[in-house]
Design a protein around this ligand. Structure first.
Ligand code: ADP
Ligand code: MG
Length: 267
């Protein structure tokens, strides 16, 4: 395949970890915003029935039309489900109420692991990046995300149990590679909510680097109250307070992500 052809297609990256509260949504929204800020066209797909990414982007429940559910089950094209956000270059396919039944509906659906992949293939993905915010489970929704993705990014919270349950996630990724999507790659592991006043954070970070080596991004996302305040204002923290340490960290993460992307194209 010619490099141009490769580049014309959106890169699809899932943000996944079956643990809740580790920073998946925060990372999806703010990495997407940082990529959009440097001129990339970015789409967020909110695959979590809780819809935190949609809310965090200022799109209230009663303002949501068609969403990820309709893309997966009703053959709605991504470009018809995507809505603009207040951030230039950033679009979102929102999560709607019916997505909470999707996990069960998928069980008996045809091609149940491939629904999202097929939907993306049938859409004009006129984006540089599609970031999928996964729910906190390794069920069929997350499986659909992994099968549809070129790569997966794993946020890990710097806390004592960070590595617990991770072998389950790694096994799932391996299984997806074997059975459904041989091209799936681990893009990287991002350490989140790092607390520099807490020795435990350092120990966990060292542990994770020992385990994942170079897959861990150099950038560590600090625990920062601005990051947790921003969603209640319906804004990415990069828009809410661009100067705060959390925003700066996501800008660094985005440049690291782009560096890895460039390397991949050259390799
Ligand atoms: P997940 O999507 O994995 O469930 P979230 O991104 O929603 O996790 O984060 C869980 C909670 O922690 C949210 O309330 C979020 O605002 C907060 N949070 C995430 N990252 C940070 C951070 N770097 N500093 C402070 N709070 C954070
Ligand atoms: Mg979330």
């Amino acid at each position: 395949v010619a490099p141009e052809a490769k580049m014309s297609r959106a890169r699809v990256i899932s943000v996944a970890n079956q643990k809740g509260g580790v920073g998946k949504t925060t990372t999806t929204v703010n990495l997407a915003t940082a990529l959009a800020a440097v001129g990339k066209r970015v789409l967020i797909m909110d695959l979590d029935p809780q819809g935190n990414a949609s809310t965090g982007l200022g799109i209230e429940r009663n303002n949501r039309g068609v969403g990820t559910y309709d893309v997966i089950f009703a053959e709605v094209k991504v470009e018809d489900a995507a809505v603009e956000t207040t951030v230039p270059n950033l679009w979102v396919v929102t999560s709607s109420q019916d997505l909470s039944g999707a996990e069960i509906e998928l069980v008996n659906a045809e091609q149940r692991e491939y629904r999202l992949r097929m939907a993306l293939a049938h859409s004009a993905l006129n984006y540089d990046y599609v970031l999928i915010d996964c729910p906190p489970a390794l069920g069929l929704l997350t499986l659909n995300a992994l099968v549809a993705s070129d790569a997966v990014m794993v946020p890990l919270q710097c806390e004592f149990y960070a590595l617990e349950g991770l072998s389950h996630l790694i096994r799932t990724i391996e299984r997806v590679k074997r059975a459904f999507n041989p091209g799936l790659d681990i893009h990287g592991v991002v350490l989140t909510m790092f607390d520099k006043r807490n020795n435990l954070s350092d120990m966990v970070a060292a542990d994770v680097r020992g385990f994942f080596g170079e897959k861990v991004y150099d950038t560590v996302i600090p625990r920062n109250v601005k990051v947790s305040e921003a969603p209640s204002h319906g804004k990415p923290v990069l828009i809410y307070d661009m100067r705060c340490p959390g925003s700066q960290a996501y800008i660094h993460l985005a440049s690291e992500v782009l560096k890895r992307e460039k390397k991949r194209l050259i390799a």
